[in-house]
Design a protein around this ligand. Sequence first.
Ligand code: ZN
Length: 333
Amino acid sequence: MGQPRVLSIVRRLLQRSAVPHALLFTGIEGVGKRTTARAFAMALNCRAAENDRGDPAEQDFCGRCAECRRIAGDSHPDILQVNPQKGILRIDQVREVLATLALKPFSARRRVVIFADAHTLNPEAGNALLKVLEEPPDDSVLILTARQRSDLLPTIVSRCRHIRFSPLAADVLAALLSADHGLEPQQAAVVAQAAEGSYTRALALADAHWERQRDWVIGAIGLDRGAPPEEGCTTMALAYAADLARSKDLVEARLEMLKTWLRDLSVRPYAPRGVINQDRADALDAARARLDDRRLLALWDAVEQAHKNIAANGNLRLTLDVMALRMADLLAA
Ligand SMILES: [Zn+2]
């Protein structure tokens, strides 16, 4: 799952049989937090003998015994996942878990309760959960997932063993996309770059006609030929910004596509094989013939500034207007 550091921490917890009663997994969406939680539940409950678990590199669980299969199929009565309802984890959901925790597990050695998106716990629910964390039952493990530690009550964080998940490396994402979804290596590379470390986002892009996205985002501002389109520069730039702003969910991925394209333009003359958008080599050459290093750097800077602003919750429309105007200016120069 591309999280070697996390895996080694989890392994150490299991080997020492020092499994904490509560774990907190933090990281952006789509980096394997829930997958790891499920694997952890399997490792705690697998019934296969240790030397009968297959590949020694992955022998934390067998994946074939009744316990493993029920966990993998989300049908194990002792492995519970609590998801936010309408964006909130509510007190009645926490109370239901409390009632379950008071009973013996059906068949699991260790019951596992996963609170997904624990940053959505409302204050009452958070306080109720805190009570369990203060006196956790021996036969259970609670796993909370969240984007970042600072989104949770400090009193909750302090009672959990915190494990941070990094964004996935682009080559790891690309390999996953090729292996699991049959993308050509070259396509996988472009999508992986745009997904910024999130497998969920990579999958969404892979399904969302990303080639059309990329070709539009590059072509509409004239980066596929190194000059702005015919119409008035300012009108064109503002229309481009408006279109970019329209699909808010995709903005960051699109900016990442722009950056990858500009990086490719810079690299192309010196290391043609290092280019990610290999399928658009002709357009890269055409644009590169009209853009020197200085202008490329300034274009990249315009996109990077916008990206940072948006990540910091800056005004989306204004930021994109400024970016597009700067780009049009640089392209027309
Ligand atoms: Zn098993």
